[in-house]
Write a protein that binds this ligand. Sequence first.
Ligand code: DC
Length: 222
Amino acid sequence: MKIAIDGPAGSGKSTIAREISLSLKIPYLETGLVYRAVGYLVKKKLGSVDQLYWEDVEPLLSSVEVIPEVGRTRVLIDGAEVSSEELRSEEAGRMASLIGTLGEFREYINDEFRRLVGKGQAVVEGRDAGTNIIPDADLKLFITASPEERAKRRLKQLKDRGEEGDYEEILKKIVDRDRRDMERKDYPFKPAPDAVIVDTTGRSLEEVLREVFSLLNRVERG
Ligand code: DC
């Protein structure tokens, strides 16, 4: 079974992808985490930049290793695991989004992702999953939620971690990142034509998972 999961940041797609991986006991490839790890690495080497060039990024990539496992994706830099908190920070997200504007990077990393999945089973989550990485997926899901709902969830996440956040500022960042992801020249962000759209706005995780697992059951029964 191959499942592609895509959708904007904060839609709940990672939680859903992880639940499917755990339930079906198949590897989980969280592509966003790889973009974040490369962003983190680029920032460490080049500082906080606003514009990136493939020539600067390419030489760094040999030190990154991606290991999809059941329930999580491990990303190693120079053989050492980078903490999930570091990779999930706002700044790593901003850098990841910048990396995503590099068409050469997407081509390189999508080849890597295809090689990693091979003929095996996997849940692949992130941009390009259903359109480019596993276009032959048995099920393609596009998980979405309104920008306002995604901003509220992000604010709650920050509060739960004891951090401060400003709703308007978070909302603006979400809208800006959506725009950058959608307007980029190479591989603009859009659902695969055969993806099932799942809107999580105003719905509980349990409710959404019920819908997702009922879709999966239908696919399994053929
Ligand atoms: O899925 P995420 O929110 O962790 O991804 C962070 C950023 O990385 C997102 O804004 C765009 C970029 N990204 C991408 O361009 N392509 C992917 N397959 C995954 C992430």
